[in-house]
Design a protein around this ligand. Structure first.
Ligand code: PLP
Length: 404
């Protein structure tokens, strides 16, 4: 393993799959048309986008017209929330507030959007989570009022891998909607779930669902938003007629082609249910080895997140190592050529403890000593073994330095 770099940060981003790159390249070179042009170059680009859209629709089991491509999952989350709320304003009577229910452990793409809406007078309820990171469905029901317009709860969390009961939330909302004058819409950020969990939008009961290409071995800079027919949405970006006027701007054709291919790879026959399951089992086995060995070899270590395997993604583990800063561990591992993360990549510049761990009731010190390891389809047993060889020494050294 000497001199080989090891990547354990698949939740931050995945490497672009070589086969996907191959499919993208023609659209960066000879097939460079603008999809809005009427000539052959344009038609070629347009058709490529529509093929990608079909792949996404097959994956989510929805209509092609219900899919739009954006510039990131962050944009998709913003569009889902701000776009919907903007379109719903008219249905409020004087004195009535717009009301959104979300969870306290959402990705910042959702949380900060909600905070911005809050500054503009929208009422936001942030659902607490238990020590396992799960929301409580009774808390959700208790927060729903006649004013509630939107529930936005992530499918799987990017820091601890907890899977929220999206289908059950969908059922609760459906039931409430039967006797409610104004429908409650349901959005889920499924960015971290897509590789592992069923994303059938009908089954989940969602009206809006967000995906990101760069978490599924596709290119960076492409998001997807599923918008169920009949869901009112105002655009955030105005201009041309692209994406049914919901996202103006010349399409990133190569990126969208890569996104379609990435989605197809999750679902294609060589990757069909059985195969996908066996891939999940392989990752789970590697994760379990990693967790068991770390907990045995390193005193004062613990796993943050759900205990029940059914409640967590197979690829994300969040540890705390008492007495050592997560940041210091990540930097030491980096010197060994091993890439891990201290939490969500978007907040890794800041030293503030993770809002996810804090919401779970983990104290400041434990939260500061946390480390996220996320595995992916290129992770090997040798990489895990190598990690387990060098890691205990790193912790020991850092504990000596910190004197704790
Ligand atoms: N939502 C979740 C759950 C994520 O993990 C991420 C990326 O870290 C995002 C949204 C943002 O995705 P993007 O980088 O495509 O904006």
């Amino acid at each position: 393993m000497k001199n080989k770099r090891i990547y354990f940060d698949y939740a931050a981003t995945t490497p672009l799959d070589g086969n996907i790159l191959k499919k993208m390249l023609p659209y960066l070179k000879e097939k460079y048309g603008n999809a809005s042009s009427i000539h052959k170059f344009g038609r070629e680009a347009y058709e490529a986008i529509e093929i990608a859209r079909q792949e996404v629709a097959k994956f989510l089991r929805c209509k092609e017209t219900e899919i739009i491509f954006t510039g990131s999952a962050t944009e998709s989350d913003n569009l889902a929330i701000k776009g919907l709320i903007g379109a719903l304003k008219h249905r409020k009577r004087a004195g009535e507030k717009i009301h959104i229910i979300t969870s306290s452990i959402e990705h910042k793409a959702v949380l900060e959007t909600c905070k911005d809406m809050e500054r503009r007078g929208v009422k936001i309820s942030y659902l607490p989570v238990g020590p396992d990171g799960l929301i409580n469905l009774d808390d959700l029901s208790a927060e729903i009022t006649v004013e509630t317009d939107l529930v936005s709860v992530m499918y799987a969390n990017n820091e601890i891998g907890v899977i929220q009961p999206i289908k059950k939330i969908g059922q609760i909302i459906k039931k409430v909607n039967q006797n409610k004058e104004h429908k409650i819409y349901f959005h889920t950020d499924a960015v971290q779930a897509a590789n592992w969990l069923d994303c059938n939008v009908e089954e989940l009961g969602v009206d809006l669902l967000t995906l990101s290409a760069h978490k599924i071995y596709g290119p960076k800079g492409i998001g997807i938003l599923y918008i169920k027919d009949g869901t009112p949405i105002n655009p955030l970006i105005y201009g041309g007629d692209q994406e049914w006027k919901l996202r103006a701007g010349t399409e990133n054709v190569a990126g969208i082609v890569g996104t379609g291919e990435a989605i197809k790879q999750i679902k294609n026959p060589a990757n069909s249910a059985g195969k996908r399951q066996s891939k999940i089992k392989i990752i789970e086995k590697l994760r379990n080895k990693l967790v068991a060995d770390v907990l045995i070899k390193i005193k004062g270590s613990r796993v943050n997140g759900p205990k029940n395997p059914e409640d967590k993604l197979p690829n994300i583990v969040n540890f705390s190592f008492r007495g050592v800063e997560g940041e210091a561990i990540a930097l030491s591992l980096d010197q060994e050529g091993i890439a891990v993360s201290t939490g969500s990549a978007c907040t890794s510049q800041a030293l503030a403890p993770s809002h996810v761990l804090m919401a779970m009731g983990i104290d400041d010190l434990e939260a500061q000593s946390s480390l996220r390891i996320s595995l992916g389809k290129y992770t090997t047993e040798q990489e895990i073994k190598h990690f387990l060889k060098v890691f205990p020494e790193i912790i020991e050294k850092l504990r000596k330095i910190s004197g704790r």
